[in-house]
Design a protein around this ligand. Structure first.
Ligand SMILES: [Zn+2]
Length: 124
């Protein structure tokens, strides 16, 4: 394998770097596997979505349950939702989007430069 080609783990053909499909080169015939460089858009989107929803759920849980738990524990009188009211939703969304983007970018960075071959593009 040279700097300018990528080697397919399935058919062992070498294809020009940057190609989206295993086509082979120099007379070899590739297997038409899909070549992906780094994380796929679906992986990035799913990571963003999963992290975002999880963070949102945790924030909502804390805002809903927190005052009640703290009040009963310490004999405080915190207002429901810590007084955030309707803003609790916005807080959850903002934190969810922010941390969702962070985890999406972390995945993108960790997979940068990786060349991956897929015979079936079902879920990537
Ligand atoms: Zn191949």
């Amino acid at each position: 394998m040279t700097d300018n080609t990528v080697k397919c783990p399935f058919c062992l053909a070498e294809t020009e770097y940057g190609s989206q499909v295993c086509t082979g080169s120099n007379g070899q015939h590739g297997c038409q596997a899909t070549i992906v460089y780094g994380a796929t858009p679906t992986e990035l989107h799913n990571t963003f979505k999963q992290t975002g929803f999880s963070v949102f759920a945790v924030v909502m849980l804390i805002l809903f349950m927190g005052p009640t738990l703290l009040n009963s524990q310490f004999d405080w009188s915190l207002t429901p939702m810590f007084g955030t009211g309707i803003w609790s939703m916005a807080i959850g969304v903002v934190l969810g989007v922010w941390l969702g983007l962070r985890s999406r970018n972390a995945l993108e960075n960790s997979m940068r430069g990786q060349v991956r071959f897929f015979r079936h593009m079902a879920n990537v």
